[in-house]
Ligand binder design. Structure first.
Ligand code: ATP
Ligand code: MG
Length: 667
């Protein structure tokens, strides 16, 4: 097999099959390329069956891209059965197949964040957002660290921890009662399962004989355990990662897992890559300069021979609106001069709230854009309504789905009846759906109140067996007609939004048709897959010529010819919370990730002042800007005075002249 589009250390990493292998290298050095090439190598040169290979990435988008790249290397029949997935979807697959060992049915529900909020809020007896949010995140941390409710109870050494542990216990019991899991459980439960059932572990080890893990620096303890169980003592895996790009500590990622690999697998072969194939030298120098302010875990060097490139532009703007306008104008200007596509540009930011104002400006300038990591299509109310029905069809014990479905559309089941049903189910420790059929409950309500409830439950019961057998799209349409969802939308909203919502529902039906036909999936299987998309990111977007907008976190692993990195101010990047809690190093890694997404040009902007709570306040340029090498940047604004290289009037005129000349050429 030809491996001549790889450099010598990359080739070594691809060919190394004697034991566990770790590729440790900086951004853009071809780590992900090693993984895709190695998949092809394993199948073609090492004669492995694709079914025995699993590549694990962090996002659905990354998984899709990897699948595509591998698809370009081998014909489809050689790739049949290959697993390319996120940790979460692999976990879901294991869980679905082994659910019975854990007291779950294979059609368990996956809770969305809205349900999670509701459940935690109910347990806490509060609607205090801050409290609910912090409880959710603390429970998630425990799960990432592989702490079970029992262990949390035993290990609690303060009132606060004990309280949290009890909440965690109740939360977990509630999920079990609903036959539901949350996002973290998708990985935690398979790990528990493997620990308790060596036979099952062995079965999976034999099925997945070689693992490849991308972005390894962002695995948490639970994910690492999953990896260890799956590889067993054979240690047949290749992990690639970069400690400088570890940006998920706040979600429980543990960069020490990199060092731990060497301890747990003494035979670990560590391969380093040094050549960057992504960025021009100036961009790389800036990235290296910034990250050199962090303490080093591993020694790494990174160079590129893609030419020096233009200086990095650092622009001071008057305020957010001005910044957004500058981005839109500079982008159009740059596009015009360089004759590029919109899709060659990305606007990156620290937090989603920064996106709105940029969106407005882009729209105003008629610049098409595509958001990543924003509100997902599947998070829309109308789609969630439909999903509630699908979840209920899969799992009638899913109480949150039951409540949503029975009240949307309203079908004459009153709140009093629902409350009685809830109380009854609670005392009997059964689901709402089950309770609806019990004599004990039926006696408590008048026949007229019971009738609509019964009609609803019978309807679900009738559809249920069909949902695993029949064509997904057709059944979905039949269901929508039966519940008369369209009429309900128009009755409960103004015509315009109702029309838009109904169009979304039809889009959704089209999407289900496609999934059903292409992948032969049933309605129930499709609904489980959606839960994963909802949690991680937006819908599969079609490739269009549009500017990419993304949070820094969601941009990991990706590359764009021209990048705008906005809001580089103290309290934004680094984020105020991180400054407070001494997490500036992680923010610096985030800055490093941002800079290293750029291939040919990078523009960084910050606001000199910003409106907070309706008042203008002075903003300080990010400390990271001062870490950039003066000779590689061109600064306008306040910082320029410090750096002594403000754009002069003559430079400005030269730029204009360049543009005019280009215009002349084009005529
Ligand atoms: P990140 O740390 O950002 O995830 P990475 O190390 O995974 O980066 P890749 O995305 O694999 O890097 O590669 C960066 C770019 O360099 C890609 O466009 C890739 O196709 C290209 N590339 C990688 N290796 C080579 C090579 N040996 N020759 C030419 N181009 C390469
Ligand atoms: Mg990569």
């Amino acid at each position: 097999m030809q491996l001549d589009h790889l450099n010598p250390p990359q080739r070594a990493a691809v060919k190394y099959l004697d034991g566990p292998c770790l590729v440790l290298a900086g951004a853009g050095s071809g780590k992900t390329r090693v993984i895709t090439q190695k998949i092809a190598y394993l199948i073609q040169a090492a004669q492995m069956d694709a079914r025995n290979i699993a590549a694990i990435t962090f996002t659905n988008k990354a998984a899709r891209e990897m699948q595509e790249r591998v698809g370009g290397l081998l014909p489809p029949d050689r790739l049949r059965g290959l697993t390319v997935s996120t940790f979460h979807s692999l976990g879901m697959r294991i869980l679905r197949e082994e659910a019975k060992h854990l007291g779950y049915k294979p059609q368990f529900s996956i809770l969305d964040s809205g349900d999670q909020w509701k459940i935690i809020g109910d347990i806490l007896g509060t609607t205090d957002k801050q409290l609910v949010r912090s409880t959710i995140s603390r429970i998630s941390m425990l799960k990432s660290d592989r702490v079970s409710p029992d262990q949390a109870l035993l290990g609690a050494d303060s009132e606060g921890e004990l309280h949290l542990a009890k909440l965690y216990r109740t939360y977990q019991d509630t999920l079990q009662a609903y036959q539901a899991v949350d996002f973290d459980d998708l990985i935690r439960l398979p790990v528990d399962l493997f620990e308790q059932n060596p036979d099952v572990t062995q079965k999976w080890q034999q099925r997945l004989r070689y693992l490849l893990v991308d972005e390894y620096q962002d695995t948490n303890t639970t994910q690492y355990s999953l990896l260890k169980f799956l590889t067993g003592t054979s240690g047949k895996f290749t992990a690639v990662g970069d400690d400088d790009q570890s940006i998920y500590a706040w979600r429980g990622a543990n960069v020490e897992n990199l060092a731990l690999l060497k301890t747990d697998f003494p035979a670990l072969e560590i391969i380093k890559l040094e050549q960057n194939y992504r960025s021009v030298a100036r961009i790389l120098r800036c990235a290296n300069a910034v990250i050199s302010n962090n303490p080093k875990l591993f020694e790494k060097t990174l160079w590129s021979d893609l030419g020096i490139g233009d200086p990095i532009q650092v622009i001071e703007c008057k305020g957010e609106e001005h910044e957004a306008e500058m981005v839109a104008m500079s982008l159009l200007n740059h596009k015009f001069i360089n004759n590029t596509k919109f899709a060659d540009y990305a606007v990156l930011y620290r937090g989603n709230h920064q996106a709105r104002i940029i969106e407005t400006q882009l729209r105003e300038h008629r610049i098409p854009y595509q958001m990543a990591g924003g509100q997902s299509f599947f998070d829309r109310a109308e789609i969630k309504d439909i999903l509630a029905y699908l979840r209920l069809l899969a799992n009638e014990d899913d109480d949150p789905a039951f409540i949503r479905a029975i009240t949307t559309p309203k079908r004459g089941v009153g709140n009093v009846t629902l409350e009685k049903l809830g109380n009854y189910a609670n005392t009997r420790q059964i689901s709402l759906f089950q309770a609806a059929f019990e004599e004990g409950f039926i006696h408590q309500v008048q026949p007229a109140q019971y009738e609509p409830l019964q009609t609803f439950c019978d309807f679900i019961n009738r559809l249920q067996p069909r949902a695993t057998r029949e064509s997904a799209g057709a059944l979905l349409r039949e269901m929508l007609a039966a519940i008369d969802y369209e009429t309900w939308l128009y009755d409960s909203d103004d015509p315009k939004p109702a029309e838009a919502k109904w169009k979304n529902v039809l889009d959704f039906c089209g999407w289900v048709d496609k999934k059903g036909e292409e992948q032969g999936k049933s309605l129930i299987e499709i609904s489980q897959t959606i839960a994963l998309i909802t949690m991680l990111e937006g819908r599969d977007e079609d490739e269009v010529d549009a500017v990419r907008m993304s949070t820094l976190h969601a941009s990991k692993g990706l590359e764009y010819p021209h990048v705008f990195l906005i809001g580089c101010e103290e309290d934004i990047l680094p984020h105020a919370n991180s400054i407070e809690s001494g997490m500036v190093e992680e923010e610096r890694r985030l800055m490093y990730v941002g800079i290293t997404r750029a291939q040919r040009s990078l523009t960084i902007s910050y606001c000199g002042k910003r409106k907070r709570a309706g008042e203008w306040q002075i903003s300080e340029p990010s400390r990271f800007l001062r870490e950039l090498p003066a000779e590689d940047i061109r600064v306008t604004g306040r910082m320029a005075a410090d750096k002594g290289n403000q754009v002069t009037r003559s430079e400005g005129r030269a730029m204009l002249a360049g543009m005019m000349a280009k215009l002349g050429e084009m005529k």
